[in-house]
Design a protein around this ligand. Structure first.
Ligand code: FAD
Length: 326
């Protein structure tokens, strides 16, 4: 299980495979978990979810961008999404990643890109969630949020329960709308819990704390045990329904998404779309290789086998050379 996780995380960060995969369009089974490659397709998906009483957070896929041109293009695309949300009057907001907007290029450049987006969204009263990436980007991302919060309040972020510092962060950001997650990246044992049970326990602790003391809580998980625990907790503590929502990813546990909305809970689906789907998709496989079943037969075709075989070869070579160095 650990090796499979490492393998898919490795694939998610491999630039060559990433750009190669773009050429195939939404193949490798990604179609079931990515809502199209353009704004029109995405808006149709959002409308279909809205009809079922589900709101959406839209992620114009992209991350780990190292060229200014690419980051500027990502910003323009997100501005187009904001216009589309307004034009179609759909129930949706924005999710984005700081590395998509150039955090690895230059902090001030990234800040300016993010500011342009938050300002444009603010004009239409649209909320912007700054997704959290790996540990190396954590503090600079909080710095961006701190700085932007001086001028805007349509901004929130994510707390990843696997980090030891999560408890401190949730206290500091309790007046923000926060998405709480377990955490999706491979992190070192110096900064993050590695044991699933410890991560789950911390996740529950953080959820309970923010439900009791925080502004608004987005509980982002597909874990039915945690969802059931939250349902009981909000009942026992008289937490009003408008203080929290459940979130899941597009295409995952669809029946449960609709069921929770039918039960009267606020529900928000994370809707990723665009060309840059490969890293996102591989991280989903890293979390739960059983998701391979979710993508069905399409996974095992000629093209996929080539991509996976090239990836597996590079992964093994990488491990061997790392072992040599160690
Ligand atoms: C809306 C949303 C936004 C996110 N944003 C971020 C972010 O900004 N940064 C970040 O680091 N991570 C983010 N994540 C990912 C998150 O950190 C976890 O990696 C991911 O959600 C997997 O953990 P889990 O809580 O869903 O359950 P897991 O720990 O993966 O699974 C727990 C149990 O739930 C059940 N289960 C899980 N998935 C399924 C399924 N598909 N079908 C059936 N049963 C299932 C199984 O019984 C499983 O054993 C986000 C997740 C969501 C849902």
């Amino acid at each position: 299980m650990g090796l499979a996780k490492d393998f898919f995380i490795y694939l998610s960060q491999n630039k060559v495979l990433n750009s190669g995969a773009k050429r195939y369009g939404l193949k490798l089974g990604a179609k079931s978990v990515v809502a199209g490659t353009n704004v029109e397709e995405m808006i149709e998906s959002v409308k279909a979810l809205n009809i079922q009483g589900i709101s959406c957070t839209i992620d114009n896929l992209g991350e780990f961008v190292y060229e200014r041109e690419e980051a500027t293009k990502a910003k323009e695309q997100i501005l187009n999404v904001i216009e589309a949300i307004h034009e179609h009057q759909v129930d949706a907001h924005i999710s984005l990643k700081p590395t998509q907007l150039g955090l690895d290029i230059d902090y001030d450049f990234c800040f300016k890109n993010l500011k342009d987006i938050v300002e444009a969204a603010n004009r239409y009263n649209i909320f912007v969630n700054v997704d959290m990436e790996d540990y190396g980007h954590l503090q600079p991302s909080f710095d961006l949020i701190d700085e932007l919060s001086k001028s805007y309040n349509n901004i929130g972020t994510v707390i990843q329960a696997y980090f030891f510092r999560a408890e401190e962060d949730i206290e500091k950001y309790k007046n923000y709308r926060l998405r709480l997650v377990k955490g999706a990246y491979k992190e070192s044992s110096e900064v993050a819990y590695q044991d699933k049970q410890l991560i789950d326990q911390n996740f529950v602790r953080l959820i309970e704390y923010h439900l009791l003391h925080g502004k608004f809580t987005s509980i982002a998980t597909h874990d039915h045990n945690i969802i059931n625990h939250v349902k009981q907790f909000v009942k026992d503590n008289n937490i009003p329904l408008d203080k929290f929502e459940f979130q899941m990813l597009y295409g995952f546990r669809k029946d449960m998404q609709v069921q929770l909305a039918k039960e009267g809970f606020n529900f928000c689906t994370y809707v990723p779309f665009g060309d840059d789907w490969y890293g996102y998709f591989m991280r989903r496989l890293a979390e739960r290789p059983a998701n391979l079943q979710l993508v069905g037969k399409q996974v095992f075709n000629k093209k996929t086998n080539t991509v996976l075989a090239v990836g597996a070869g590079a992964f093994v070579l990488g491990r061997l050379s790392k072992r040599k160095k160690d």
